[in-house]
Design a protein around this ligand. Sequence first.
Ligand code: CA2
Length: 155
Amino acid sequence: MLSADLMKRPLIAVLNGPNLNMLGLRQPDVYGHATLDDVEQICIQAAERLDVAIDFRQTNGEGELVSWVQECRGRANGIVINPAAYTHTSIALLDALYAVELPVIEIHISNIHRREEFRHHSYVSQVARGVICGLGVRGYAHALQAMADIIEDEG
Ligand code: CA2
């Protein structure tokens, strides 16, 4: 019989930043009609397909997001993150993502490069293995697929 450790699935943290709890309630022209609960369901289904575990969270607080990244050390195998507005402003988040020494994939629902100039720059991209943007909420499933591939390739 396989031991519990051998059967353990890799854990991917799916972290979401400020105002993403408003998804589906406002600005459907930019972000679509799906709610954050719908996004979580997309991630749960993708995780089942990929045989990985996920820890899906959202916060409006920069400090809380930084703490969650720190908590991933020694616990998670990778981080998929939609930092929302902190993408464009937070050196604290960038520092935390560097320090945690885990693979990071950055995801945005909208195509930030087709939007206002201030959204074109991302601090998080400096530490991300890859960036998915503009593919709507389905982008989360692509991000999980990419992260599962990275974890499998790098053991
Ligand atoms: O496109 C994305 O996923 C963003 O990360 C979303 C952020 C925005 O600041 C980034 O530039 C791009 C905004 C998240 C707030 O989402 C809302 C959804 C509905 C209503 C209000 C805000």
